[in-house]
Design a protein around this ligand. Structure first.
Ligand SMILES: Nc1nc2c(ncn2[C@@H]2O[C@H](COP(=O)(O)OP(=O)(O)OP(=O)(O)O)[C@@H](O)[C@H]2O)c(=O)[nH]1
Ligand SMILES: [Mg+2]
Length: 179
């Protein structure tokens, strides 16, 4: 009965689904959060702590936490994990030098027990920049295919124009509807 009720709540849009946006500093997390919300590119400064906004997609409500990615702040990411249904990992697709570090952060994070049931959306951001890596290259470097315990998806995007973000929201919605 409880499960059926929870399912109905999801279908009729009453339940709020927790999402966290993580990734290294300068990846474009805050720009993406506000592009989701306002469909515009906002001016950002490095996030100290977090921003949180509610985003609705066809009656599905997400509570989206954008967490600062600077090195000193990454240790606090785990304090946001509890009850998270979707992890959005934002990658600066021009930042080749730090892709290995991103990979380590991703796999360490997904080993945490609070994220065992979370789905993972990797956003290959800054596709407008020449020399950006493709979504397929990023997927391979992050060894996403080794993630057998988590549902995952990789999406190319540009947070400045919003390209790729509606498709991301559709995937997020389909994931929470499936659960
Ligand atoms: N060219 C380009 N620049 C982008 C894109 N997305 C974000 N930026 C720029 O990248 C810089 C960092 O963006 P933020 O959204 O503040 O990055 P962040 O991941 O929130 O960074 P922290 O809060 O420090 O963790 C800003 O100057 C953005 O305008 C994009 O798709 N293309
Ligand atoms: Mg930020």
């Amino acid at each position: 009965m409880g499960v059926l009720f929870a399912k109905l709540m999801t279908v009729f849009g009453d339940k709020e689904h927790k999402v966290i946006i993580v990734g290294l500093d300068n990846a474009g997390k805050t720009t993406i959060l506000y592009q989701f919300l306002t469909k515009e590119a906002v001016h950002t400064t490095p996030t100290i702590g977090s921003n949180v906004e509610e985003i609705s997609v066809k009656k599905t409500r997400f509570l989206v936490w954008d967490i600062g990615g600077q090195e000193a702040l990454r240790a606090s990411w785990s304090t946001y994990f509890c009850n998270t249904e979707i992890v959005i990992l934002v990658v600066d697709s021009t930042d080749r030098d730090r892709l290995t570090l991103t990979k380590e952060e991703l796999h360490t994070m997904l080993a945490h027990e609070d994220l065992q049931n979370a789905s993972v959306l990797v956003l290959a951001n800054k596709q407008d920049m020449k020399n950006s890596m493709t979504a397929a290259e990023i997927s391979q470097s992050l060894t996403l295919s080794s993630l057998t315990a988590h549902s995952w998806h990789v999406q190319a995007c540009c947070a400045l124009t919003g390209e790729g973000l509606p498709a991301s929201l559709d995937w997020m919605r389909s994931r929470v509807m499936a659960n």
